[in-house]
Design a protein around this ligand. Structure first.
Ligand SMILES: [Zn+2]
Length: 372
């Protein structure tokens, strides 16, 4: 940190440390802790802001998407310049957050969270905060959190309604036991069908953030042990008790031993399979995961030769196709095909325009994308 006058920052956390349950000791615990925030759209951006302002030592951000104008109505860390520059959300959020508190170590990962990378992303953190927009990723996070004994703070919102719960390995049931598998959880109302109002985002993110601060400051006994459902319009609030771990569940059963009832450590396969076949709340965008990383410059040249209108920045290439769809390509080998909700069509376009760019035909890891 290089600031001209350090003394003016001395009371930066004074209003928080004066709150008795936190105090100076709690503040030191915050400074020594790290959190993972998965999804940095609406809930995630708000969560990140709370964690960074509160003085959490390390904040890891992961998001697979980039900023678009339709995000600005509710995703509090982004502005018009971010949307015009098509910045990845993780990058744009990190830029803003560093300006808010440069004492915090902030890392930004532009990636899709999946069974292959989730354990590493969550390694060493004290908490995982849910800023995602789909059941498949949430179930994956719940699974890895219960396996690695990390609290998972769930949150979700659509329309003017939202839900939140703290899932504590060793104490509560896991998300799968609470909402069912992806089949049961999927197919519900989404931001895409219902829209979403920004106040419900802020309310749910606040509900998650305060429980995070309780946990990180050593106030575990103060944690709310209920599943909260809120509607702001019309107004209604409901709480129900969260059951303890379910006998027989591979994630939350047999919690005394700290592991699933039957599954060996190191495997989170069922969730991985679900992720592959996930159909999520769509916004006319399909994500196709290709075999290997893209070289953005070469890709941009190739697409220009195919008569696409190409826009490039440091993080992605976007190609407007003559057929009306557009391709947004990330170096990690992902393509977002915008303008269609048809998976076959999306794969067909990738095959046509990206020939020679990957190891061959796109893998069948496809999901319609929501914008949280
Ligand atoms: Zn369970």
């Amino acid at each position: 940190m290089a600031r001209q006058d350090e003394t003016i920052w001395a009371d930066r956390y004074s209003r928080q440390t004066r709150f008795a349950p936190i105090g100076e000791a709690g503040q030191r615990k915050l400074a020594g802790s790290s959190v993972l925030i998965v999804g940095v759209g609406a809930l995630g951006a708000s969560l990140a802001q709370h964690m960074v302002r509160a003085g959490v030592g390390e904040v890891r951000l992961v998001d697979r998407d980039f900023v678009e104008p339709s995000n600005l109505q509710r995703q509090v860390l982004f502005d018009e310049a971010d949307a015009l520059a098509m910045l990845p959300k993780a990058v744009a959020a990190a830029n803003k957050l560093r300006g808010i508190n440069n004492e915090v170590m902030i890392t930004a990962e532009v990636a899709d969270v999946n069974a292959a990378n989730v354990s590493k992303l969550a390694e060493g953190v004290q908490l995982v905060l849910d800023g995602t927009d789909n059941a498949a990723t949430r179930l994956l996070l719940s699974a890895v959190c219960f396996r690695q004994r990390i609290p998972f703070i769930y949150g979700g919102a659509a329309g003017a309604e939202g839900m939140s719960a703290v899932l504590l390995p060793g104490h509560t049931a896991c998300l799968r036991c609470l909402i069912g598998g992806q089949e049961a959880a999927g197919g519900g109302d989404t931001c895409d069908t219902l829209g979403v109002l920004s106040p419900i985002i802020e309310l749910i993110a606040s509900m998650q953030a305060v429980e995070a601060v309780k946990w990180l400051t050593g106030n575990a006994s103060a944690i709310r042990r209920t599943w909260l459902s809120v509607s702001l319009w019309p107004f209604r609030m409901r709480e129900s008790a969260i059951p303890s771990g379910q006998a027989g569940c591979v994630y939350c059963g047999d919690q005394q031993s700290g592991r699933g009832a039957t599954r060996e450590d190191g495997e989170i396969k069922p969730e991985a399979e679900e992720l592959e076949s996930s159909i999520l709340c769509g916004r006319d965008t399909v994500q196709v995961t290709l075999g290997r990383p893209f070289e953005l410059e070469r890709l941009a040249e190739q697409l220009e030769q195919s008569d696409c209108a190409v826009t490039v920045n440091k993080y992605l290439v976007r190609a407007q196709l003559s057929s009306g769809e557009s391709l947004v390509l990330f170096p990690d080998g992902r393509a977002l095909v915008q303008g269609t909700a048809d998976k076959d069509r999306a794969v067909q376009l990738c095959r046509f325009y990206l020939a020679g760019q990957s190891t061959g035909r796109p893998k069948s890891k496809i999901g319609a994308l929501a914008d949280g």
